[in-house]
Design a protein around this ligand. Structure first.
Ligand SMILES: Nc1ncnc2c1ncn2[C@@H]1O[C@H](COP(=O)(O)OP(=O)(O)O)[C@@H](O)[C@H]1O
Ligand SMILES: [Mg+2]
Length: 249
């Protein structure tokens, strides 16, 4: 299955059932083989959480899915429009918030401002459209980054620990926002997180990257909204923590 081409074989425009298909995805840095044949299919509209120890290759895998790593091998099929959000919001400090949201998009100023305001409205940040990035709180900056991802109308949203730097309360609010946005737009999402509860609150399925492969997969068959205090939630948490090498409750 592994291609011998210099980059992964990319096949845009998939069948309607699977939004993401990875087959035998490999990546080495020098002598170190980080990904040793990752297989993953993500259905249209599915939300998958990707867990794994620090350094296990989660960011590497997400970059490959996002088309940002020409050095990988294997097969990668994703939709045409993919947006990525990172742990750091990566806003340009010399542009106001709304300009950051539509940065790089074609269109007239009025048209772009309208699109930016609509996206900022969706994340509850319309009032701060004209603010400078450095005046935003961590949560606000992350919401601006989400607006920037959404305004591009993606079919697939890739999230690399976007909430890891936020305080606990802001993180819970942002989790709810991400769930709402994905449901409203019917987005397919892959979320990298080291927070097992975050995975269980948001995802339809959690997968664990270990020794360069997806070693475990867990269907999160809990009704929404999900309660971390619920016994079944606790049972799934215990399984994930066990796979991650951390003892469960
Ligand atoms: N561009 C690179 N060059 C060399 N090594 C890298 C590069 N990117 C990642 N790595 C290494 O690959 C391993 C996996 O990194 P990463 O995917 O960032 O892990 P994770 O996101 O799971 O913490 C780490 O050991 C990291 O140092
Ligand atoms: Mg990472």
């Amino acid at each position: 299955m592994t291609s011998t081409a210099p980059g992964p074989l990319r096949t845009p425009g998939l069948s309607e059932r699977a939004a993401v298909v990875l087959r035998g995805v490999r990546r080495s840095f020098g002598e170190r083989e980080i990904l040793r044949g990752v297989d993953l299919s993500v259905a249209e509209g599915e939300f998958v959480a990707l867990l794994g120890a620090s350094g296990s290759g989660k960011t590497t895998l997400l970059r490959i899915v996002g088309g940002l790593d020409p050095g990988a091998g294997g097969r990668v099929a994703v939709p045409e429009s993919v947006s990525v959000a990172y742990q750091e919001p990566r806003l340009l400090p010399w542009h106001r918030v709304w300009r950051n949201v539509v940065f790089g998009l074609p269109g007239s100023r009025a048209e772009l401002r309208g699109r930016a305001l609509a996206a900022l409205g969706e994340v509850g940040l319309a009032d701060l459209a004209d603010a400078w990035p450095k005046t935003l709180s961590g949560g606000e900056a992350q919401r601006a980054a989400l607006a920037r991802a959404l305004v591009r109308d993606p079919r697939l949203l890739l999230l690399d620990e976007p909430l890891a730097a936020l305080d606990a309360l802001t993180r819970l609010r942002m989790q709810r926002l991400i769930a709402e946005l994905c449901a409203r737009h019917g987005l397919t999402a892959v979320l990298v997180t080291h927070d097992v509860d975050e995975a269980l609150v948001l995802a339809d399925r959690a997968v664990v990257l270990r020794d360069g492969r997806l070693a475990h997969s867990l269907a999160v068959d809990l009704r929404r909204p999900r309660d971390p205090g619920d016994a079944r939630f606790g049972a799934l948490r215990g399984r994930l923590l066990g796979w991650l090498g951390v003892a469960g409750d």
